[in-house]
Design a protein around this ligand. Structure first.
Ligand SMILES: [Zn+2]
Ligand SMILES: [Zn+2]
Length: 58
């Protein structure tokens, strides 16, 4: 399981991201987390992931 690392501040998160109230699934091929409903519902690109603190700045 890949770790979530903020692309902005470099902070590591130990928790698995959630979507639709369930843990998201790591997709090794696309290097991203996908919703268990499928990537069309929601996904997080690990290369562009930002932690909550960095998201607040936007
Ligand atoms: Zn951050
Ligand atoms: Zn979802």
């Amino acid at each position: 399981m890949a770790k979530l690392v903020c692309s902005k501040c470099g902070k590591e998160l130990d928790t698995v991201p959630q979507h639709c109230g369930r843990d998201m699934i790591y997709n090794e091929e696309t290097h991203s987390y996908e919703c268990y409903m499928g990537s069309e519902c929601g996904y997080i690109d690990l290369d562009e992931f930002k932690c909550e603190d960095c998201c607040k700045d936007v």
